[in-house]
Design a protein around this ligand. Structure first.
Ligand code: KG4
Ligand code: ZN
Length: 351
């Protein structure tokens, strides 16, 4: 099947054409990040307006790059949720219009299931069952995936998502947005030393996550090290203003906090993923979503995997962040099973 995938759940407008759920013919992503950066996070109203401006061009590019005409597609998949309601509706409306005009089947896709199916775009040998860990800016969820139509949520965050914690900590340390990559850069090669932040809900049979206490612990640590001086140009940040001669010391302090924070988040993600794999008796973990781009997480997962005899699969960085190829891949399995939606379905901010 040739499937057109459309994704507009957050701040990326994306369209892709995927064949047989595995072969990417085109994968167009237009990111709005530079606009949202100025506000220190995604502004929903701005996001939906920018999706409206970009969506037709992005879909046209997806067809052009794939070298196919719209009438060649066999079906359409669009992200139905979870995500920002106004943003989702832009993609859903476009998808319905195309489905109606071409008279092709359409299905609404769960964005998080889409993240899991990104793995099949690079690895066709992956067999069910497996445990999937989706770690992004909006979600931290563990899934037991027994088959394409048998996916159970077995753990999720009770407050902040892991990526959200990276973003919030980066903001309060004055490192900018988005926070994942800047924290990783600051932490590279740095020992956390004597700082050890809390790891929450670590009982072996508890597969839920909590990161808001960690964020508060980071704030208290920074306050203790730097005082509570605020930098006026970064709302919500108390990044210390370095006085002459103190700059290096402060910068080193920020690096050590970043390393200790990253250590805590990655320890929790690794421990819970492997506990879940053991509890569900699977030998494969698929780790996806924006935070899966983190090098420290990848290294820890690989090291722990050797100990447990469990392989962890990470899609490449491009497929870990939001894209429409993963939505098309997921849609292929739904459409093949006859799970077609009518033209009257709405967006789901939560799923
Ligand atoms: O999946 P994604 O692109 O968008 C959604 O949230 O759906 O994930 C974005 C999140 C952001 O919170 C960002 O800070 C985080 O992924 N992220 C990282 C890294 N790169 C992106 N977190 C840790 N380390 C990274 N290298
Ligand atoms: Zn996502």
């Amino acid at each position: 099947m040739l499937v057109l995938g459309i994704e507009t759940s957050c701040d990326e407008t994306a369209a892709a054409i995927v064949e047989a759920g595995t072969r990417v013919l085109s994968d167009v992503v237009v990111s709005q990040i530079d606009v949202h950066k100025e506000f220190g996070g995604v502004v929903p109203e701005l996001a939906s307006r920018m999706h409206v401006e970009a969506i037709s061009i992005v879909i046209e590019q997806a067809f052009n790059k794939a070298g196919i005409a719209p009438k060649d597609v066999d079906g359409i998949g669009v992200t139905r949720g979870p995500g920002l309601i106004g943003s989702l509706l832009v993609g859903i409306s476009a998808a319905k219009g195309i489905a109606f005009a071409l008279n092709r089947p359409l299905c609404g896709v769960n964005h998080l299931h889409g993240h899991l199916f990104a793995a099949f775009l690079e690895r066709q040998d992956i067999k069910f069952p497996f445990v999937g860990l989706v770690v992004s800016g909006g979600h931290t969820s563990l899934y037991h995936v027994r088959g394409p139509l048998d996916i159970s949520l077995i753990g999720k965050t009770r407050d902040d998502a892991a990526g959200e914690a990276f973003d919030k900590v980066a903001k309060l340390l004055g490192l900018g947005y988005p926070g994942g990559k800047v924290i990783e850069d600051q932490a590279r090669g740095v020992e956390a030393g004597t700082i050890r932040f809390p790891r929450a809900l670590m009982k072996k049979d508890n597969l839920d996550f909590s990161f808001s206490g960690l964020k508060t612990a980071v704030m208290r640590q920074a306050e203790g090290m730097f005082g509570v001086s605020k930098r006026n140009d970064i709302p919500g940040s108390f990044h210390p203003v370095a006085s002459p001669g103190e700059g290096d010391e402060i910068n080193e302090g920020i690096r050590v906090i970043a390393a200790a924070f990253q250590d805590a988040v990655t320890d929790v993600l690794v421990a819970k993923a492997f506990n879940a794999a053991e509890m569900r008796r699977v030998d494969k973990l698929i780790v996806c979503g924006g935070v899966a781009a983190n090098g420290a997480l990848r290294e820890k997962m690989a090291a722990e995997g050797k100990r447990w005899g469990i392989e962890s699969v990470f899609p490449s960085a491009r497929l870990c962040t939001d894209n429409a190829a993963m939505i098309a891949a997921r849609a292929e399995t739904l459409l093949a099973a006859g799970m077609v939606d009518g033209l009257d379905f709405g967006a789901m901010s939560r799923w």
